[in-house]
Ligand binder design. Structure first.
Ligand code: NDP
Length: 323
């Protein structure tokens, strides 16, 4: 089969299109023919070595496609499924854990199905797990026009929260407003002060910060006393270690660094969050914007675009041409 292979970690150029052996599923997995693979920021952390995997490896976690083989014979060949946790998804074939995938309804396109779960489940656990938003809540979301940002904004609005976002351009501002943001800010050293002023002087209940190094300080300052700073990513780079006393200084605030793994680990939790995403998409309550679709062999270009802040919403690799 064809796949993107990383022989040594580094920049986007290490994503090499190559011919490799097809994987063999265990009893707990099914073998799937990939139509579309989602491209997520976490893929760049594995590619550059921030997160470790032994080399050589095939990157990617997410996608959609047709079941080819189920060793237990439970899932019919041809069933369309989607997943967000199958390492090696930048490939024509991948093995997916049977309890970590969902059936894809006919009315969801492969591009959406291949990019809805990782960002959708993340937005779900952020807004309905890490901090349970309701109509009394006010939140700030960084990278409001990004993959997670657009979905988290829509979910937060559907829960009745007041949503502030921060973005880097006019186009992204427009997109963030159309996802429902009540107020869109630009990155600056005075971001927290601006947010507080707009919010009547007080800080927000929760900051969802996926940008990391460049925004973390403003996130600490934007949150109200006893509020929550949820640092869920590092698009601008990892945050420096901090002295816990800083949390006291900002008014006994909470700091958490959550992962999708921990927030889908309880029995039934993965399916609960995944099905909530699928249902919201099917009912038209959640709109995914796929702004870029690249052939599998152009994975390096997709990573370059993602990391240079060119993309909005989600981007995907089209693995099979019919997708
Ligand atoms: P995005 O589509 O949001 O892309 C990243 C965005 O970050 C950019 O578009 C850009 O938006 C913003 N950004 C700010 N500073 C920089 C910078 N220096 N370089 C690059 N981008 C920058 O990506 P995803 O939706 O895939 O992921 C968003 C974040 O969420 C990532 O940090 C990712 O690791 C994290 N994540 C965490 C998960 C978890 O469970 N913990 C799961 C999924 C994602 P702008 O130009 O508006 O600033």
């Amino acid at each position: 089969m064809h796949a993107i292979v990383i022989n040594s970690t580094g920049g986007p150029e290490v994503l090499q299109y190559a011919e490799v052996d097809a994987p063999t599923p265990t009893e707990d997995q099914v073998l799937v023919e990939v139509l579309v693979a989602g491209v997520n920021y976490i893929d760049t952390y594995y590619r550059d070595g921030t997160y470790h995997s032994a080399t050589p490896f095939i990157p990617g976690f997410e996608g959609t496609g047709r079941v080819i083989e189920d060793p237990r014979g439970e899932i019919a060949p041809g069933t369309m499924v989607a997943w967000e946790n199958a390492f090696g998804s930048y490939a024509e074939l991948v093995c997916v854990e049977r309890d970590r995938m969902v059936a894809v309804p006919d009315d969801i396109s492969p591009e959406i199905a291949g990019s809805m779960l990782l960002q959708g489940i993340t937005a779900h656990y952020l807004t309905q797990g890490v901090y349970e938003l309701d109509e009394t809540s006010t939140c700030l979301i960084t990278a409001g026009a990004g993959g997670v940002g657009l979905i988290a904004t829509q979910m937060a609005k559907s829960l009745g929260a007041t949503v502030y976002t921060v973005v880097s351009s006019d186009e992204k501002e427009e997109l963030s407003y159309s996802a429902g943001a009540d107020r869109v800010f630009r990155y600056s050293d005075g971001l927290a002060e601006e947010v507080r002023r707009f919010n009547g002087g007080g800080g927000v209940d929760v900051v969802y910060d996926g940008v990391g190094r460049d925004t973390f300080q403003e996130s600490l300052e934007a949150v109200r006393p006893r509020g929550t700073v949820c640092l869920f990513g590092a698009a601008s780079g990892p945050v420096e270690p901090i002295d816990p006393q800083v949390l006291n200084k900002h008014g006994s605030i909470f700091l958490t660094r959550p992962s999708i793994g921990a927030w889908t680990a309880e029995p039934g939790e993965y399916q609960m969050r995944a099905q909530a995403v699928v249902q919201a998409v099917t009912e038209g309550k959640l709109t995914f914007r796929v702004s870029g679709s690249y052939p599998l062999e152009k994975a390096a270009e997709a990573h370059r675009d993602l990391q240079s802040r060119k993309t909005t919403g989600s981007i995907v690799l089209k693995v099979k041409q019919e997708a």
